[in-house]
Write a protein that binds this ligand. Sequence first.
Ligand code: UDP
Length: 240
Amino acid sequence: MRVDVLGVGFDNVTMVEAVDAAAELLRADGAHYVVTPNPEIVEVCREQPQAMAAVNGADLVLPDGVGVVKGAAMLGTPLKEKTPGIEFAGHLMERMASEGKSLYLLGAKPGVAEEAGRRLTARYPGLKLAGTHDGYFQDDGPVVEDIRRSGADCVFVCLGAPKQELWMAKNGAATGARLLCGLGGSLDVFAGRVERAPEFWSKHGLEWFYRLCKEPRRIGRMMKLPLFLVHVKQEKGRRK
Ligand code: UDP
Protein backbone atom coordinates (compact mmCIF):
# COMPACT_ATOMS: atom_id res chain seq x y z
CA MET A 1 0.00 0.00 0.00
CA ARG A 2 1.24 3.48 -0.81
CA VAL A 3 1.80 6.24 1.71
CA ASP A 4 -0.33 9.27 0.86
CA VAL A 5 1.41 12.63 1.08
CA LEU A 6 -1.00 15.38 -0.01
CA GLY A 7 -2.52 13.20 -2.71
CA VAL A 8 0.67 11.62 -4.05
CA GLY A 9 1.03 7.94 -3.15
CA PHE A 10 4.64 7.01 -2.33
CA ASP A 11 5.98 3.46 -2.30
CA ASN A 12 7.39 2.73 1.13
CA VAL A 13 10.64 1.09 0.12
CA THR A 14 14.34 1.27 0.94
CA MET A 15 16.80 2.06 -1.83
CA VAL A 16 17.68 -1.63 -2.14
CA GLU A 17 14.00 -2.57 -2.41
CA ALA A 18 13.42 0.18 -4.98
CA VAL A 19 16.25 -1.07 -7.19
CA ASP A 20 15.06 -4.68 -6.85
CA ALA A 21 11.54 -3.61 -7.83
CA ALA A 22 12.86 -1.70 -10.85
CA ALA A 23 14.98 -4.69 -11.93
CA GLU A 24 11.84 -6.81 -11.70
CA LEU A 25 9.91 -4.30 -13.87
CA LEU A 26 12.74 -4.48 -16.43
CA ARG A 27 12.08 -8.21 -16.72
CA ALA A 28 8.28 -7.98 -16.82
CA ASP A 29 6.32 -7.63 -20.05
CA GLY A 30 4.97 -4.22 -21.02
CA ALA A 31 6.06 -0.68 -20.25
CA HIS A 32 6.51 0.68 -16.73
CA TYR A 33 7.66 3.99 -15.34
CA VAL A 34 9.25 5.35 -12.20
CA VAL A 35 8.86 8.86 -10.77
CA THR A 36 10.77 10.53 -7.93
CA PRO A 37 8.73 13.50 -6.68
CA ASN A 38 10.09 16.08 -4.25
CA PRO A 39 7.88 18.53 -2.28
CA GLU A 40 7.94 20.98 -5.17
CA ILE A 41 6.51 18.35 -7.52
CA VAL A 42 3.88 17.33 -4.95
CA GLU A 43 2.77 20.97 -4.92
CA VAL A 44 2.71 21.07 -8.75
CA CYS A 45 0.54 17.92 -8.68
CA ARG A 46 -1.92 19.62 -6.32
CA GLU A 47 -2.28 22.42 -8.85
CA GLN A 48 -2.36 20.24 -12.00
CA PRO A 49 -4.65 17.19 -11.98
CA GLN A 50 -2.98 15.78 -15.10
CA ALA A 51 0.42 15.85 -13.39
CA MET A 52 -1.12 14.18 -10.32
CA ALA A 53 -2.58 11.42 -12.51
CA ALA A 54 0.74 10.89 -14.32
CA VAL A 55 2.66 10.69 -11.03
CA ASN A 56 0.19 8.37 -9.31
CA GLY A 57 -0.02 6.26 -12.46
CA ALA A 58 3.66 5.31 -12.13
CA ASP A 59 4.66 1.77 -11.19
CA LEU A 60 7.11 3.07 -8.63
CA VAL A 61 6.80 6.41 -6.81
CA LEU A 62 9.96 7.21 -4.85
CA PRO A 63 10.53 10.11 -2.43
CA ASP A 64 13.38 12.10 -3.98
CA GLY A 65 14.44 13.86 -0.82
CA VAL A 66 14.15 14.52 2.85
CA GLY A 67 11.19 16.91 2.42
CA VAL A 68 8.73 14.21 1.45
CA VAL A 69 10.09 11.83 4.12
CA LYS A 70 9.61 14.59 6.75
CA GLY A 71 6.11 15.28 5.44
CA ALA A 72 5.14 11.61 5.67
CA ALA A 73 6.50 11.40 9.24
CA MET A 74 4.58 14.54 10.26
CA LEU A 75 1.42 12.90 8.93
CA GLY A 76 2.06 9.86 11.14
CA THR A 77 2.71 7.53 8.18
CA PRO A 78 6.52 7.39 8.00
CA LEU A 79 8.40 6.29 4.90
CA LYS A 80 11.43 4.02 5.33
CA GLU A 81 13.96 6.38 3.73
CA LYS A 82 14.56 8.92 1.00
CA THR A 83 15.48 7.43 -2.35
CA PRO A 84 16.95 10.28 -4.43
CA GLY A 85 16.39 9.76 -8.15
CA ILE A 86 20.01 10.28 -9.06
CA GLU A 87 21.24 7.67 -6.55
CA PHE A 88 18.50 5.26 -7.58
CA ALA A 89 19.65 5.71 -11.20
CA GLY A 90 23.25 4.92 -10.22
CA HIS A 91 22.27 1.65 -8.53
CA LEU A 92 19.96 0.74 -11.38
CA MET A 93 22.73 1.28 -13.95
CA GLU A 94 25.03 -0.98 -11.91
CA ARG A 95 22.36 -3.66 -12.04
CA MET A 96 21.71 -3.11 -15.75
CA ALA A 97 25.44 -3.28 -16.51
CA SER A 98 25.70 -6.65 -14.79
CA GLU A 99 22.78 -7.91 -16.86
CA GLY A 100 23.99 -6.36 -20.16
CA LYS A 101 20.89 -4.18 -20.53
CA SER A 102 20.68 -1.12 -22.75
CA LEU A 103 19.86 2.45 -21.79
CA TYR A 104 18.56 5.42 -23.80
CA LEU A 105 19.15 8.92 -22.47
CA LEU A 106 16.50 11.52 -23.27
CA GLY A 107 16.65 15.14 -22.16
CA ALA A 108 18.74 18.21 -21.37
CA LYS A 109 20.41 20.62 -23.80
CA PRO A 110 21.97 19.33 -27.04
CA GLY A 111 25.22 17.48 -26.40
CA VAL A 112 24.57 16.78 -22.71
CA ALA A 113 22.98 13.32 -23.12
CA GLU A 114 25.85 12.23 -25.40
CA GLU A 115 28.44 13.38 -22.87
CA ALA A 116 26.51 11.69 -20.05
CA GLY A 117 26.38 8.51 -22.17
CA ARG A 118 30.16 8.52 -22.68
CA ARG A 119 30.79 8.95 -18.98
CA LEU A 120 28.19 6.43 -17.83
CA THR A 121 29.32 3.62 -20.14
CA ALA A 122 32.87 4.20 -18.90
CA ARG A 123 31.72 4.13 -15.27
CA TYR A 124 29.45 1.07 -15.66
CA PRO A 125 31.22 -1.40 -17.96
CA GLY A 126 28.67 -3.76 -19.51
CA LEU A 127 25.99 -1.05 -19.74
CA LYS A 128 24.97 -0.55 -23.37
CA LEU A 129 24.06 2.91 -24.63
CA ALA A 130 21.08 2.43 -26.96
CA GLY A 131 20.88 6.08 -27.99
CA THR A 132 20.47 9.70 -26.91
CA HIS A 133 18.27 12.68 -27.72
CA ASP A 134 18.17 16.20 -26.32
CA GLY A 135 15.09 17.42 -24.47
CA TYR A 136 14.20 20.35 -26.70
CA PHE A 137 12.00 18.86 -29.41
CA GLN A 138 8.52 19.79 -30.66
CA ASP A 139 7.08 16.46 -31.84
CA ASP A 140 7.07 13.36 -29.68
CA GLY A 141 6.66 11.03 -32.69
CA PRO A 142 10.22 10.99 -34.09
CA VAL A 143 11.70 10.72 -30.59
CA VAL A 144 9.42 7.80 -29.68
CA GLU A 145 10.34 6.15 -32.98
CA ASP A 146 14.07 6.62 -32.33
CA ILE A 147 13.75 4.95 -28.93
CA ARG A 148 11.70 2.12 -30.38
CA ARG A 149 14.26 1.52 -33.13
CA SER A 150 17.09 1.56 -30.60
CA GLY A 151 15.54 -1.42 -28.78
CA ALA A 152 16.43 0.16 -25.41
CA ASP A 153 15.45 -1.78 -22.30
CA CYS A 154 15.34 1.38 -20.20
CA VAL A 155 14.98 5.13 -20.85
CA PHE A 156 16.03 7.93 -18.53
CA VAL A 157 13.56 10.73 -19.26
CA CYS A 158 15.07 14.00 -18.04
CA LEU A 159 12.78 16.82 -19.19
CA GLY A 160 12.06 18.41 -15.80
CA ALA A 161 8.82 17.97 -13.86
CA PRO A 162 5.98 17.61 -14.64
CA LYS A 163 6.90 17.45 -18.33
CA GLN A 164 8.75 14.15 -17.97
CA GLU A 165 5.97 12.49 -15.96
CA LEU A 166 3.35 13.53 -18.54
CA TRP A 167 5.67 12.38 -21.34
CA MET A 168 6.18 8.93 -19.81
CA ALA A 169 2.46 8.44 -19.08
CA LYS A 170 1.61 9.35 -22.67
CA ASN A 171 4.47 7.78 -24.64
CA GLY A 172 5.94 5.10 -22.40
CA ALA A 173 4.20 2.13 -24.02
CA ALA A 174 4.93 3.30 -27.59
CA THR A 175 8.70 3.42 -26.96
CA GLY A 176 8.83 -0.36 -26.58
CA ALA A 177 11.09 0.03 -23.52
CA ARG A 178 10.27 -1.96 -20.40
CA LEU A 179 11.17 0.80 -17.97
CA LEU A 180 11.25 4.59 -18.11
CA CYS A 181 12.58 6.69 -15.23
CA GLY A 182 11.83 10.41 -14.80
CA LEU A 183 15.05 11.91 -13.45
CA GLY A 184 14.91 15.71 -13.79
CA GLY A 185 18.31 17.33 -14.05
CA SER A 186 20.30 14.09 -13.65
CA LEU A 187 21.84 14.14 -17.14
CA ASP A 188 23.45 17.50 -16.38
CA VAL A 189 25.06 15.90 -13.32
CA PHE A 190 26.10 12.71 -15.17
CA ALA A 191 27.64 14.86 -17.92
CA GLY A 192 29.60 16.85 -15.34
CA ARG A 193 27.79 20.10 -16.16
CA VAL A 194 26.19 20.51 -12.73
CA GLU A 195 27.58 19.39 -9.39
CA ARG A 196 25.54 17.54 -6.82
CA ALA A 197 25.61 19.01 -3.34
CA PRO A 198 28.52 17.68 -1.25
CA GLU A 199 27.56 14.95 1.20
CA PHE A 200 27.51 17.31 4.18
CA TRP A 201 24.55 19.21 2.75
CA SER A 202 22.51 16.20 1.66
CA LYS A 203 23.20 14.39 4.93
CA HIS A 204 21.68 17.28 6.82
CA GLY A 205 18.71 17.59 4.52
CA LEU A 206 20.04 20.83 3.07
CA GLU A 207 20.67 19.84 -0.55
CA TRP A 208 17.91 22.26 -1.59
CA PHE A 209 19.74 25.11 0.18
CA TYR A 210 23.01 24.28 -1.57
CA ARG A 211 21.26 24.28 -4.94
CA LEU A 212 19.58 27.58 -4.12
CA CYS A 213 22.95 29.19 -3.37
CA LYS A 214 24.37 27.85 -6.65
CA GLU A 215 21.31 28.72 -8.73
CA PRO A 216 19.45 31.66 -7.09
CA ARG A 217 16.95 31.72 -9.99
CA ARG A 218 15.37 28.64 -8.38
CA ILE A 219 13.95 30.77 -5.57
CA GLY A 220 10.48 30.96 -7.14
CA ARG A 221 10.25 27.19 -7.43
CA MET A 222 11.67 26.67 -3.97
CA MET A 223 9.03 28.80 -2.34
CA LYS A 224 6.90 25.72 -2.87
CA LEU A 225 8.85 24.01 -0.08
CA PRO A 226 7.46 26.10 2.80
CA LEU A 227 4.06 25.87 1.11
CA PHE A 228 4.38 22.09 1.17
CA LEU A 229 5.09 22.15 4.91
CA VAL A 230 2.08 24.41 5.53
CA HIS A 231 -0.12 22.02 3.56
CA VAL A 232 1.23 19.01 5.47
CA LYS A 233 0.44 20.78 8.78
CA GLN A 234 -3.09 21.53 7.57
CA GLU A 235 -3.56 17.93 6.45
CA LYS A 236 -2.29 16.69 9.81
CA GLY A 237 -4.92 18.84 11.53
CA ARG A 238 -7.62 17.41 9.27
CA ARG A 239 -6.57 13.80 9.97
CA LYS A 240 -6.76 14.21 13.75
N1 UDP B 1 14.75 20.13 -19.91
C1 UDP B 1 14.55 19.53 -21.14
N2 UDP B 1 13.52 19.97 -21.92
C2 UDP B 1 12.68 20.95 -21.54
C3 UDP B 1 12.86 21.55 -20.26
C4 UDP B 1 13.92 21.10 -19.47
O1 UDP B 1 15.28 18.63 -21.53
O2 UDP B 1 11.78 21.30 -22.30
C5 UDP B 1 15.86 19.64 -19.09
C6 UDP B 1 16.81 20.70 -18.59
O3 UDP B 1 17.77 20.99 -19.60
C7 UDP B 1 17.40 20.00 -17.40
C8 UDP B 1 16.24 19.15 -16.88
O4 UDP B 1 15.32 19.07 -17.95
O5 UDP B 1 18.44 19.16 -17.79
C9 UDP B 1 15.48 19.74 -15.70
O6 UDP B 1 16.34 20.15 -14.77
P1 UDP B 1 15.86 20.72 -13.39
O7 UDP B 1 17.09 20.99 -12.61
O8 UDP B 1 14.87 21.81 -13.59
O9 UDP B 1 15.07 19.45 -12.86
P2 UDP B 1 14.77 18.92 -11.43
O10 UDP B 1 15.79 17.85 -11.20
O11 UDP B 1 14.83 20.05 -10.46
O12 UDP B 1 13.39 18.38 -11.66
